[in-house]
Each structure stands twice: as C-alpha cells, then as structure tokens.
Design a protein around this ligand. Structure first.
Ligand code: AMP
Length: 217
C-alpha cells in the first residue's frame, strides 16, 4: 500500500528523529523541508540566498516557493510509492496545495506529535546538530561528535532563544490551524511526544496500524 505521511508538531517535538526512523522502516523517502532549505543555504544556491535571512529570523518561506520545492521532490520516482513529509505543510494554504497535488493518490496519513511549550523550550535549548551533515544528535546520547560522519556538534542557529520564541509564535499562528484542517480525517492520529524516542516510535507504529491495518512493509 502507498503510505503518504505528514508529520505535524511544534519545533523540537521530535519530527525529524521520528521521520528518519519511520521512513527507514517503511522504505519511503524522508522529505524534510528544513533540511532541504538548510542544504540550499549551505550550498549558496539561488534558493539558499533567497531563504537564508527568513530562516535566520525564524519566519516562514513563501508558500508558493516551498510548494514548488516540495512538488519537485515528490515528482521524483522514489516518492511514487509513498513519502514522509517532515516540515511541510506548515500553513493551511500549503495543506490545500498538498491535497490538490495528491488527488488520486492514497489519502494522507497525518501524525501529530504533541509536546507542551515548556518541553519545546527545554528540548531546543539542548538540541545539537552536526556542523558537517546537519543531522540531529540523539537526545539520549552525549557525544561531542556526530555518530554518522564524525563532524563536530553545534547548536542549530535558529535554536537561539529569541528565534525559538518567534518560531513558536509562527507555529501557533500559521501551523497549528493544520491540526483542525486535518483533525477530522479518519487517517489522522496524535501521539504523546513527551516520552523517550523509542516509545514515541512505538506509539506512532501502533496508531498507523490502527488506521491502515498494516504497520510497516
Ligand atoms: P525545520 O527544520 O522544519 O524546523 O525548518 C527550519 C526553517 O525552515 C523554518 O523555521 C522555516 O524558516 C523554514 N521552513 C521549513 N519548512 C517550511 C515550510 N513548509 N514552509 C515555510 N518555511 C519552512
């Protein structure tokens, strides 16, 4: 079955960590718009130059720009049998664009990871990413270097306290309305993000199994 997944939740809820695991389990591409944009900034491409300042201050990239980027990615053959979107949609117009793009495909499975604002702030203050490959270090590990490539771990630039405040405000205003947008669909589920990563994964797998009958392929 084609599994088309959208991960929702505030910054720091664990979307990236869970998405990487689930995409591996389900053999579908993990499409992280944040990672794609950070790559673009690092490579100095036209897109990167366009989005750098917006990302640094915690704002959102224009709906049409990011939608073009995502659709170009979803057009690639590896997404034909399913995909996992992490960080898109982030606004209701993006949600509408995704529905239109996916017309005729299997319905979206939407997983909301719930985390309180207090926990978000605590998590982001401690989050480290690899300066080389951009991967998040795991919450439950205490390495100074990336377990994948050995690069040194650094705080993420947009995890600075004032930028986090802005990103949370943007989340409440622009992204949280997607909970209502998707909430009534039979393929929507919510899980408790305030647990160890393994427990969150288990909860997601159980919820998706309830929705589709088959948890993984
Ligand atoms: P993330 O890694 O998902 O927290 O994304 C980092 C930053 O990339 C966000 O704060 C936004 O500036 C930008 N971004 C990522 N995804 C989107 C999106 N779907 N729409 C607009 N901006 C986005």
């Amino acid at each position: 079955m084609e599994l088309n997944v959208v991960m929702l939740g505030p910054p720091g809820a664990g979307k990236g960590t869970q998405s990487a695991r689930l995409a591996r389990l389900w053999h579908i591409p993990h499409i992280s718009t944040g990672a794609m944009l950070r790559d673009a900034v690092q490579s100095g491409s036209r897109l990167g130059l366009e989005v750098k300042a917006i990302m640094e201050r915690g704002g959102l990239i224009d709906d049409e720009v990011i939608t073009r980027v995502v659709q170009a990615r979803l057009d690639r053959p590896d997404a034909a049998n399913g995909f996992l979107l992490d960080g898109y949609p982030r606004t209701v117009p993006q949600g509408l664009a995704l529905d239109a793009y996916c017309a005729g495909r299997s319905p979206l499975t939407v997983v909301e990871i719930v985390l309180s604002e207090e926990d978000v702030l605590r998590r982001l203050a401690a989050r480290m990413i690899c300066s080389e490959c951009g991967k998040n270090s795991q919450d439950d590990q205490d390495y100074t270097n990336c377990v994948d490539c050995g690069g040194s771990l650094v705080p993420r630039a947009d995890d600075a306290v004032d930028v986090v405040r802005k990103r949370l405000e943007v989340y409440h205003l622009q992204t949280a309305p997607l909970v209502e947008f998707y909430g009534a669909r039979p393929t929507y589920c919510r899980v408790n993000g305030a647990q160890l990563a393994d427990a969150v994964t288990e909860e997601i797998l159980a919820a998706v199994k309830r929705i589709h009958g088959t948890p993984a392929r």
